[in-house]
Design a protein around this ligand. Sequence first.
Ligand code: TXA
Ligand code: MG
Length: 321
Amino acid sequence: MGSRATPSDAIASAVAALRAGQVIGLPTETVYGLAADASNPEAVRRIFAIKGRPSTHPVIVHIASMGQVLEWAREFVPAARALAERFWPGPLTLVLPRAASVPLEVTGGQDTVALRVPDHPMALAVLQAFGGGLAAPSANRYGRISPTTAAHVREDLGDEVRIVLDGGPSQVGLESTIVACLDGHVTVLRPGRIGIEAIEAVAGPVTPASLSAPRVPGSVVSHYAPRTPVELVAPAAVADVVSAHHGDGERVAVLAPSSPAGAASVAWIVAASDAETYGRDLYGHLRALDLAGADVIVVARPPDGPAWVAVQDRLTRAAAR
Ligand code: TXA
Ligand code: MG
């Protein structure tokens, strides 16, 4: 996009590209998405090719409003409807029985479809002008950290994606909470900013995720990982762990709630003390630390408690190798 393009020019070009079956970078409030026409199997296959993602992994369909749910799902049960009314537009994805017309490329061959109305003015403008659904996984290469700025998308995929809409930094910063409403059960498949208590307050008791729950490739253990190994340690142990690495001649990058106490490191980021700010900034911080040229990234384990579930989840995966 030329820098003189107005937002409405940018949106018109994006919609034209989507209609032509192309893939674009789309800002949302959670993370940036790699979006294509969800009704066009070839366009959806292009997303998988760019990401390097296995084609059996399903993708989320983004829609402009609740009124479009039944174009994609064959049932919109009351629990799902209540969740959509309360949290859409917002960082909530609903997994519902799919309508017969949904391409297999979107659902990974499953009989369910994941739907979300994003809470971002640019994403909503594109969805409204486009009129249909947009399949969009996070706009990172498979297994890497999700992008929370347009610059992250360009760094990762800039050679292959011509249009990356710049909607500023993502305000939630972690992927949406995924909730399945299937067979009379409400199940949380991926934690996010909207916590289990908030889901239960609207939809009633949540069934624990079990082996019978639908596959969620985002739950592959090694997801969300920087290239540099990540070590999660108790906050009180950070200084000792850093010294031990230095003793071994290793360079260390750190994300911790307090500033360095004399410990020389290639990078030290002071983490926010509230879960929302921590979550918003986490992926950007991990990217910065990953680029610092360290041998290891030491992260102080954040507090326990309901507000921190999504952050703990992503950090645990980042630390798994
Ligand atoms: O916040 C988000 O959800 C972002 C933005 C771009 O909307 N998208 C995102 O997409 O995180 P992705 O592809 O990185 O993760 C989508 C997750 C995957 O773990 C996928 O398995 C799950 O949604 N998913 C999609 N369709 C599903 C289905 N039918 N059943 C179960 N899980 C599904
Ligand atoms: Mg992803």
